[in-house]
Structure formats: structure tokens, C-alpha cells
Design a protein around this ligand. Structure first.
Ligand code: UDP
Ligand code: MG
Length: 309
């Protein structure tokens, strides 16, 4: 059994294409499969459209969440409900072509990989979004403690063992591509050019994308806290030297009363302190999130075909 998890949020314009392409790609691949659409609290006709399809195909299941929890939570929900021996994750806007599951599946079956992720060797379309993504991956590659995961996203196919391992990590602040790279196992890649979304606007707003990027960095890198420490140390050394200079100047009587140096050092120290406080705040916020220990999502209903006679 092959399970594919697809989160969707306000995607009514592309559900039909999505279902058609995914179903035909999977039919060409295996006889038994399930597609779990996770409706992440859509406010438009997405859920109704999904339910219409679900009435037609026994292999389509719809997990309806109680509100919008964000696509990392939606993927997690889908993975928890998936029953397959091999499980895939795919965005719902066809930026990740479902036809590629064929090659991923072949690699898992024939080359004994446990995880195959899609690596974007390029992105179609010129927009600021792609540029930000490029910058993120460049930064992340250099500061993250996990290796070899640059330019991979959620698009992947995993064996049951890997998904079970992934799901044992209950952290609330989650970056699934990072967690997937973290668990080990034999991991492979297929390269592909990322398409533009076939319809509508991205449902991850730029601010959501930015939060995801900071979650990734704070979860998988010591860079932010190291940076504040380094800044603090550099500041200390600079101001120790300045202090010695001031003392000597005082001693030999050539101290000039200068407001610019005073002002500059106040601004400099003040901003370092604020940045450091902000970084510490980010960690405290994340510790707080984890300690609240709220569930990642709530399910309104799981339409798994049992209602169809
Ligand atoms: N999505 C979701 N919940 C959200 C935002 C997005 O389930 O809060 C879904 C969306 O419908 C799409 C996938 O997650 O299927 C990726 O979203 P999007 O295309 O906006 O992100 P990007 O391609 O920029 O990563
Ligand atoms: Mg997209």
C-alpha cells in the first residue's frame, strides 16, 4: 500500500487538476494506494470539492482539520493517519509533479533507500519568493548541523520505518525537511525543476515563509546564539581597548570631551543588547511553545470511505 499526503488550504481552483494528475500518476505505479488530502481549515469550497472526489474514488481520503494550523502541522496530521508501507508527501499546488513518485518509488524498491527526497535543481519563474528561498537554502546549508539537505522541501517518499521515526519527534516547532534529514536511514535524492504553481496565489504568505525559515534555523543551528556570543565578545574587546585608551588619555591630560564617541558607543552597545535580547527571546518563545505541549492540530472529521456503501 502506498499513501500520499497532500495538505491543501483554500485551493478550490486546482483540486480537479490535482486529483486527476495524482490519481493517474499513482494508478500507473501501484494497484493499491490511498491519497490523504488534509484540508487545513479552508474557508472556500476546497473541502466540498474534495468530498465530491472522495465519493467517487475509494482511494481518496479527506482529513478535515478544525481550523488552519499551517502546512507543517497539516503534513504531520496526514502522516499520522497514513496507513501505507510507503508514504509520500507532496504540496497540493502541483509545484511538485506527482509523476516523479515513479522514480522515487523505483529507487526505494530497487536501490534499497528508505527515504527519497526531491532536490530542486532549479525553480521556474522569476520572483522575489524564489530569491528568498534561494537565500534561505544558502544560509541554512552553511549554518545547519544537518548536512546534505539543501534545496529539499517536503516532497519525498519514505518507508514506514522512517515515517514512524519521524513521528516519534513530537516537537511543536517543526520543520519537517530538517527532521527528515535528522533521522538518518539510507537517504537518496532525485533532482527536479520546481514548477510554478498551476493556479492562484501561494497560500504560504511571505510572513509564514519567514517564520518557517526562522523555525528551521533555530531548530537546526546554533548560529543565532553563537552570533550573539561572538558579538558580545567582540564588543567587550573593543570597549576594553577603548577603556584603556581613555584611562591613558585621562592620565596624560589630553582627554577631549567628545560626544560623538559616547553617542556611537551607546548606540552600538544598545543595538547589540537589543539583538541579543531578541535572539534569547526567540529561544524562550520556543521553549514556552514546547512546554505548553498543545496538540499540533485538531481533527474535525476523517472521511476515509467508510461512509460509502
Ligand atoms: N498549505 C496549507 N496550510 C497553510 C498554507 C499552505 O495546507 O496554512 C498548503 C497549500 O495549499 C499547498 C502547500 O501547503 O498545497 C504549499 O503551500 P504554498 O504553495 O503556498 O507554499 P510554497 O509553494 O510557497 O512553499
Ligand atoms: Mg507552492
Amino acid at each position: 500500500m502506498l499513501s500520499i499526503v497532500i495538505p491543501v488550504y483554500n485551493e478550490e481552483g486546482l483540486i480537479d487538476d490535482l486529483v486527476n494528475r495524482t490519481v493517474s500518476a499513482l494508478e500507473a505505479l501501484v494497484t493499491e494506494f490511498e491519497i490523504i488530502f488534509v484540508d487545513d481549515g479552508s474557508e472556500d469550497g476546497t473541502l466540498q470539492q474534495l468530498l465530491n472526489w472522495q465519493q467517487k474514488y475509494i482511494s481518496i481520503k479527506v482529513l478535515s482539520l478544525s481550523k488552519n494550523f499551517g502546512h507543517q502541522a497539516a503534513f504531520t496530521a496526514g502522516l499520522e493517519y497514513a496507513t501505507g508501507e510507503i508514504i509520500g508527501m507532496m504540496d497540493g499546488d502541483l509545484q511538485d509533479p506527482p509523476e516523479l513518485f515513479m522514480e522515487m518509488y523505483r529507487k526505494i524498491k530497487e536501490e534499497n533507500f528508505e527515504i527519497i527526497s526531491g532536490k530542486r535543481s532549479g525553480r521556474k519563474g522569476k520572483n522575489s519568493r524564489n530569491f528568498y528561498t534561494f537565500l534561505f537554502h544558502l544560509l541554512f546549508k552553511n549554518i545547519a548541523v544537518i548536512r546534505n539537505m539543501e534545496n529539499t522541501g517536503n516532497f519525498s517518499l519514505m518507508k514506514r520505518e522512517a515515517v514512524d521515526a519521524l513521528l516519534t519527534m513530537k516537537e511543536k516547532v517543526r520543520y519537517l525537511p530538517g527532521l527528515r534529514a535528522f533521522i538518518g536511514f539510507k537517504q537518496g535524492y532525485i533532482e527536479y525543476i520546481r514548477e510554478e504553481r498551476i493556479e492562484g496565489e501561494p497560500k504560504m504568505s511571505l510572513s509564514k515563509l519567514f517564520i518557517l525559515a526562522t523555525d528551521a534555523i533555530f531548530s537546526f543551528s546554533r548560529f543565532p546564539i553563537r552570533m550573539t556570543l561572538t558579538l558580545g565578545l567582540v564588543g567587550t574587546i573593543v570597549f576594553m581597548c577603548a577603556g584603556i585608551y581613555v584611562l591613558i588619555a585621562k592620565l596624560f591630560g589630553f582627554a577631549i570631551i567628545g560626544w560623538s564617541s559616547t553617542l556611537l558607543s551607546i548606540y552600538f552597545l544598545g543595538s547589540i543588547q537589543l539583538v541579543s535580547l531578541g535572539v534569547v527571546g526567540e529561544y524562550v518563545y520556543r521553549i514556552y511553545k514546547e512546554s505548553q505541549n498543545r496538540p499540533l492540530y485538531f481533527v474535525k472529521k476523517f472521511y476515509n470511505g467508510n461512509d460509502i456503501k
